[in-house]
Unconditional design. Structure first.
Length: 583
């Protein structure tokens, strides 16, 4: 059973806004005290209206006008100060949640829906900001009115006050019961919205595949099912809210009717003056709005609590590994790499790498060959420290990579992945990705090496041309060449090529291959080979099978051994020759 509300987690984010909160609270106090004067003014005006005294009526109406003016100024102040505090809190919370997510490992993002994360960082945090704004001024203002106005009502007539509040415990219990049920329904609704957001992100990211497989009807059906589940969850929450207001409104009406009955009896017995009864009714009328707003705010409070829980679920996530407290900067490296008895498994009992040993001297070109699932990409992921091995160690220039900062490690490794990711921005920003200040000369030099300068220059804006989301306005070969330029712009000592020329046509491939051979000089290079034609000149080819190196050597040596590599090579080129002969 949860004892402590999730809203307590927000206090550290609100505390820095204490000055705005104090100013807002001062305005709230002024608003409430001025509101308290209105029932008295209403009674005075009613008394002199009964006497027909125009001068006194004008005097008391003038005071009422001044009170309403000052009350409006206080209301404006409380809104402005509290809104500013809430928006500042939302900004700081969003920044910290986003920064925290970047501390999590690759394993977390591989098992989490992108659309769900996006929704939590946008809609959920905005909901929290809205309810904090309402709680900070509407809730406090209404709560204070519910305290001071009944005290004034008791001063006027305690019997009428008791009659008016006789149903208050029942109303409070009903509001609490409705609120708890709303929290449960809101959790369900928020989860359905996240599922819907995740589905949209997935489909729109893979729209090429959807259209290529003529799966639009299938995706529309999936969307309709998710949308219907969201509608049902939302409807249940709104249905409950719709029931709450007439129930509570009926109890309010019964309370008011009791007041008229008792008030009429007291006037008939000369225990209450008409002037006093009007002042009392004015206080009751003023009290109805805070009650209704408190009910509405409490409903939103319980609904938004689900969003608070979802946000701090993210903050509670801990990275699977982290830098050591005393991690040092990795100095400029030569590029010597060693894997010593490395064991790694994504899931316990299912090893991917077993007692793997590898040595690469500075400037060596190492090719990794093997079937899918052999451990090629995992070996590279460990070098980049996306994961840590369960046993063994990986050293660069005799330094354990677990002893250095992640930033200093990864900035000395360039990678050209098989699946290219480009970001919305200019070509220069994509090549110099991660640079706080773009080095345009280095960016242009890298583009020339990657054979990208020529096509970039043909754009009207050159390096300042805009790249659409995921680079959709560029060809596959152009995206590949931009990725190569991005990998080498910071002059890394280690280069990882995941079949870096696979997306190029024959002419571009030849030019880029020539450029890569220049780039690879004096660098340690890992090539994840899918096509064996790209690894013939590697200094060492490692054949991986079930997480172990089963063969190692040059292309010529491995062919002479007539082992696994030779069979892979023969099979691949036989398939290629056969396909060409059929053409």
């Amino acid at each position: 059973m949860k004892v402590r509300s999730s809203y307590w987690h927000l206090l550290p984010y609100l505390w820095p806004q204490w000055l705005l909160l104090v100013r807002g609270f001062a305005c709230i106090l002024g608003f409430v005290l001025l509101t308290l004067a209105l029932p008295y003014l209403a009674g005075q005006v009613a008394f002199f209206v009964g006497q027909g005294n125009v001068n006194q009526i004008a005097y008391w109406l003038g005071l009422a006008t001044l009170v309403f003016l000052l009350r409006g100024l206080c209301q404006y102040g409380q809104n402005v100060f509290m809104i500013a505090a809430a928006l500042n809190m939302v900004l700081n919370l969003r920044k910290q949640v986003y920064a925290h997510l970047h501390k999590l490992g690759l394993d977390y993002f591989e098992t989490t829906q992108t659309g769900d994360l996006t929704y939590r960082l946008t809609e959920d945090i905005d909901r929290v900001g809205e309810i904090v704004d309402k709680l900070s001024h509407q809730f406090l203002s209404n709560l204070l009115q519910l305290i001071v106005i009944p005290i004034y009502m008791i001063y006027l007539n305690w019997q009428l006050t008791l009659a008016g509040l006789i149903l208050a415990p029942l109303m409070a219990w009903l509001i609490g019961a409705f609120g708890q049920r709303l929290l449960v329904l809101s959790r369900q609704s928020q989860n359905q919205v996240s599922n819907l957001s995740a589905l949209l992100t997935e489909v729109f990211s893979g729209i090429r595949v959807v259209q290529a497989f003529a799966a639009q009807g299938y995706e529309v059906k999936r969307f309709n099912q998710e949308a219907e589940q969201h509608r049902q969850a939302k409807y249940r929450a709104l249905q409950l809210k719709s029931l709450q207001f007439p129930v509570v409104g009926f109890l309010e009406a019964v309370s008011i009717m009791l007041l008229f009955l008792l008030g009429g009896w007291q006037i008939s017995q000369n225990q209450l003056t008409p002037q006093g009864f009007i002042s009392f009714l004015a206080a009751v009328a003023i009290l109805i709005q805070p009650i209704d707003l408190l009910i509405s705010n409490y409903n939103e409070y319980k609904q938004t609590e689900a969003s608070v829980e979802r946000i701090f679920e993210l903050m509670a996530q801990q990275p699977s590994f982290s830098e050591k407290p005393n991690a040092k900067e990795l100095p400029r490296i030569a590029g010597k790499i060693e894997y010593r008895h490395v064991n790694f498994a994504y899931n316990p009992g299912q090893p991917v790498l077993k007692d793997l040993n590898l040595h690469a001297a500075p400037g060596n070109v190492i090719a990794l060959v093997g079937a899918s699932g052999a451990g090629k990409s995992t070996l590279i992921n460990l070098l980049l420290r996306f994961y840590d091995p369960q046993a063994g160690e990986i050293l660069i220039d005799d330094i354990d990579i677990r002893d250095v900062t992640l930033t200093s490690l990864r900035r000395q490794i360039g990678i050209v992945p098989q699946d290219i990711t480009l970001f919305s921005g200019t070509i220069a920003e994509n090549i110099g990705y991660g640079q706080e200040e773009l080095d345009l000369s280095a960016i242009e030099a890298a583009a020339k090496i990657a054979n990208a300068h020529s096509f970039i220059s043909q754009f009207s804006q050159g390096y300042h041309s805009w790249v659409g989301e995921r680079g959709v306005n560029l060809s596959g070969g152009q995206r590949q060449r931009l990725a190569i330029a991005r990998a080498i712009v910071n002059d890394p000592r280690i280069l990882i090529l995941d079949e870096a020329t696979s997306a190029l046509d024959s002419e571009s491939e030849a030019l880029v291959q020539e450029a890569l051979e220049r780039v690879m000089q004096n660098r340690t290079v890992f090539i994840i080979a899918h096509r064996l034609s790209s690894v013939r000149r590697a200094d060492c080819i490692l054949v991986l099978e079930q997480g172990q190196v089963v063969e190692a050597g040059t292309h010529t040596f491995l062919l002479s051994q007539e082992g696994r590599y030779a069979r892979f090579y023969a099979q691949q080129f036989y398939s290629t020759d056969e396909a060409e002969s059929r053409e």
